[in-house]
Design a protein around this ligand. Structure first.
Ligand SMILES: [Mn+2]
Length: 407
């Protein structure tokens, strides 16, 4: 008996927004790649452990696509291996909630190859396996004890599907709900297959001699994740065999960090960013694969502003996006109280006589407007926002001309 264990496919995810279409395509491509590889294996069961979809950015055509891919998995497996696989799915936190569940979209009365667990229906049984599928709950421990554990009985191979963190197996983020290996062992499962944790974990024995397995996500969820995405094939037996199947990512997605303990001028960062982009572009060329990079600047500036750190992005079709993230940068102390504020504009323009007063007033007015309304990307006002200040200038110039003519 052969299983495919997969999770966190996040079909439809389009974050970051600047490259939403590339991201959506990459998640779909990873899913199709997984389907191809599962077909080749000829499995009896596919366990999808939640977050099939990325709900917020899901599109109708992606629902149809997913439906068709699952159907393809079944048809092709039957054609190649003469058996019909059963696909079992639980709902992850990204798939919605009871009553607004994206997994409802792919249910079909004729799709008997697909079993989607829900709140009322948490067990699946046939002559070979006995599965409990626990959908996502904010408190996994409680849900496991109250809902899943009492349902874990019967004969055959016992499988528990979860969407949540496992202590001492996944690296559980602080203050996150999680469950222990001891707790899992108490319901005596042969296998615990889990989603939610996006990094692949190697199979591990439970205290009851069962197995726990987290395949991780099928595509880089964000820039902070590490590559090496895929799923597991499990050949069930007295000594079960676990095979990791890696998926070939469509794009290379990299995060680089530039940090400096010393304060540095913008030019220093510009050179470092240029260097990172060059190295990344060489890598893209070597693999003949497009990609995107985020360069996070963690250091401090000795002068200037983060907006001074700009580079010309090399014009190469492989380089899809370069994002320079300066949010964490520490600004130079001078920025708070620049020296130039000590100069009175009126004094500076004293050569203009009376008109220096107008210049000072306009300078203050425009300065306030820039502080309030300037675009964060250009540092400028929009043309429509500029109109009243231009009119005011013209008016003041005209007044002055009028006064001079009178004298
Ligand atoms: Mn997920």
């Amino acid at each position: 008996m052969k299983f495919a264990v997969i999770a966190d496919t996040h079909i439809g995810r389009g974050i970051p927004l600047a490259i939403a279409e590339f991201r959506r395509e990459a998640f779909s491509r990873a899913f199709s790649d997984a389907i191809d590889k599962i077909i080749k294996e000829g499995v009896d069961y596919v366990f999808h452990c939640g977050d099939l979809f990325e709900r917020r950015t899901l599109r109708p055509h992606l629902v149809m696509y997913t439906h068709n891919e699952l159907y393809r998995l079944v048809l092709e497996t039957k054609k190649l291996h003469g058996k019909t696989p059963k696909i079992l799915m639980i709902r992850g936190n990204h798939d919605g909630r009871p009553g607004s569940d994206t997994l409802d979209y792919i249910k079909h009365p004729l799709a008997d190859y697909l079993h989607v667990f829900d709140e009322k229906n948490i067990t699946y049984k046939d002559e070979r396996i006995n599965v409990v599928g626990l959908n996502y709950y904010d408190e996994i421990e409680k849900a496991y004890e109250q809902i899943a554990k009492p349902a874990m009985d019967g004969s055959g191979v016992k499988v528990l599907m979860l969407h949540g963190f496992i202590q001492a197996y996944n690296q559980v983020p602080p203050y996150s709900s999680s469950i222990s290996l001891d707790q899992l062992a108490k319901s005596n499962p042969d296998y615990v297959f889990t989603g939610h944790y996006h990094r692949r974990c190697k199979p591990q024995r439970l205290p009851n001699n069962g197995w726990v397995l987290t395949p991780g996500s099928t595509e880089m969820y964000d820039f902070a994740e590490t590559p090496g995405k895929g799923f597991y094939i499990v050949e069930h037996g007295k000594d079960s065999v676990f095979t990791w199947v890696e998926l070939e990512p469509m794009h290379i997605m990299k995060q680089a960090v530039i940090s400096s303990k010393r304060r540095r001028p913008p030019e220093w960062y510009v050179e470092k960013v240029k260097g990172e982009v060059e190295v990344f572009l060489d890598r893209l060329k070597a693999s003949a694969k497009p990609g995107y990079i985020r360069i996070r600047l963690d250091g401090s500036l000795s002068e200037g502003f983060p907006s001074d750190i700009t580079i010309d992005i090399p014009d190469d079709p492989l380089l899809l996006w370069v994002d320079v993230d300066t949010m964490k940068m520490e600004l130079p102390a001078l920025t708070v109280r620049p020296k130039r504020d000590r100069v009175d504009v009126k004094d500076h323009f004293s050569g203009f006589g009376e008109f220096a007063k107008d210049i000072r007033e306009m300078h203050l007015m425009v300065g306030d407007a820039l502080e309030e309304d300037a675009s964060s990307s250009t540092g400028l006002l929009k043309p429509t926002q500029r109109v009243p200040y231009i009119n005011e200038w013209v008016k003041r110039f005209e007044n002055r001309k009028f006064r001079e003519a009178e004298e």
